[in-house]
Design a binder for this molecule. Sequence first.
Ligand SMILES: [Zn+2]
Length: 114
Amino acid sequence: MPFYQYKCPICKNSYVYEAPIASGPPSTPPECSICEVRTLRNYQFFVKNSFREHYNAATGTYVNNRTQLLDDLKKASDDASEYTGMTHDFQPREWGDLKPDSYDEFLDAKASGE
Ligand SMILES: [Zn+2]
C-alpha cells in the first residue's frame, strides 16, 4: 500500500498514513496534533537503485549488497556501543531522506501564503 506523508509547516512534525491504492490519499490533509494546523503533503518518490559495491567508511568494509551492509552496520553499532558505553544504532540513509536545504523555507513560504 502506498504511504502518504504530511509535514506540519510550523513544528515540522511528519505524519505518515498508509492507505489502499484505490482510496488514494486523505481528501483533506490531516491536522498537526501539536499545532492544530493543516499539514502539507510531503511528496517523495523512491527509485530503488541497484546496489554498487563500495567502501563504507562507517563500517570500514567493502559492501556489495544491502544485507551485508546491514550486517556490517549492526556489527559496527555493537562495536561502537561496547567501545563508548553508549548505545549506537547505525542505519543506512536513503536518497529520499535527503532534502534540499530550501525545502523548509518552501514550506514556510507556503504556510504564510506567499
Ligand atoms: Zn505542528
